[in-house]
Design a protein around this ligand. Structure first.
Ligand code: CA
Ligand code: CA
Ligand code: CA
Length: 288
């Protein structure tokens, strides 16, 4: 979803002159607070109790990085559970869908981006990092989980905001993920690794302005990571995406509609120069 070059140029120029954030923040849903875009999840839809309850996701964009934060009751290294093949149920992988198509279609087309950030989960890619050409795979069956979203909803979790505030209704969730298809919650093998990620503690995220408490959504576990925006390989422009994640068992999930702005390399320095030139000519006119 690229906007016209002129519109972007104007937007970037204004941002440069005003010395504010240059992130274009394209039209997005979610809830903005202090530079972070929040998707707050139902607090009552974690099957199996608070250890498997996601409370929210938040994403922040800077000129060169994307920060992702999650909060709830599930630690980064998961929770011991004898019902799982590896005796552990934890976080699945994060998916980023820039295609404007539903998740199932984007997955079948292998056109998702994905991030494995939990080094001990059942992802089908070997190492943590950012991936492209991603197709989703399901690991709910080896994690004592739900085979479909219909089964999950039928088990008593048909709540408001089961996928967060941006996919608030069951109809919108079925439309995006499918009703009777497998819950795809990790990156399938064969994806293309684009780069590494930096794991971030709750304190490091707070230092970036993160505050789930503003929405009374702070869980016992808050975790996250950052990635290099340039690793996405996106052409210059503004993009919308849908981010989504499930636990390995499908016992909870959350989605967030957000935006990424990619400025042209070197454009900031150039526009700052334009700004100074304009300022200089105004000053000289005033003096004459
Ligand atoms: Ca939840
Ligand atoms: Ca597992
Ligand atoms: Ca949920």
């Amino acid at each position: 979803m690229k906007t016209s070059t002129l519109k972007k140029l104007i937007g970037t120029t204004v941002a440069s002159l005003c010395f504010v954030s240059v992130s274009g923040l394209p039209a997005m849903a979610g809830q903005l607070h202090n530079g972070w875009n929040y998707g707050i999840d139902s607090f009552a839809d974690g099957s199996g109790g608070e250890s498997f309850n996601i409370r929210g996701i938040a994403i922040k964009e800077t000129s060169d990085s994307i920060f992702v934060a999650l909060t709830g009751g599930t630690p980064l290294t998961g929770v011991a559970n004898n019902g799982a093949a590896d005796k552990n149920i934890g976080w699945g992988d994060l998916f980023l869908n820039f295609t404007n198509k539903n998740f199932t279609t984007a997955s079948n087309d292998k056109s998702l981006f994905g991030v494995r950030f939990a080094g001990t989960n059942d992802s089908q890619v070997a190492t943590t990092g950012l991936y492209s050409n991603v197709k989703g795979a399901s690991v709910t069956n080896v994690n004592h989980g739900y085979s479909t979203l219909k089964q999950y909803y039928g088990a008593g979790f048909d709540k408001v905001n089961t996928q967060g505030t941006d996919l608030a209704t069951k109809a919108s969730v079925y439309s995006y993920f499918g009703e009777k298809t497998a819950i795809l919650n990790v990156i399938d093998s064969g994806a293309n690794k684009l780069g590494g990620i930096q794991s971030l503690s709750a304190t490091a995220l707070q230092n970036q302005g993160l505050n789930f408490g503003f929405f009374s959504a702070q869980g016992s576990q808050t975790l996250g990571f950052s990635l290099n925006k340039s690793d996405l390989g996106l052409a210059d422009g503004n993009y919308d995406y849908m981010a989504s994640i499930f636990l390995e068992c499908g016992n909870d999930g959350v989605a967030l509609n957000g935006g990424v702005s990619v400025p042209e390399p070197g454009s900031l320095a150039g526009l700052a120069l334009v700004g100074l030139t304009v300022l200089g000519s105004r000053l000289s006119k005033r003096q004459s």
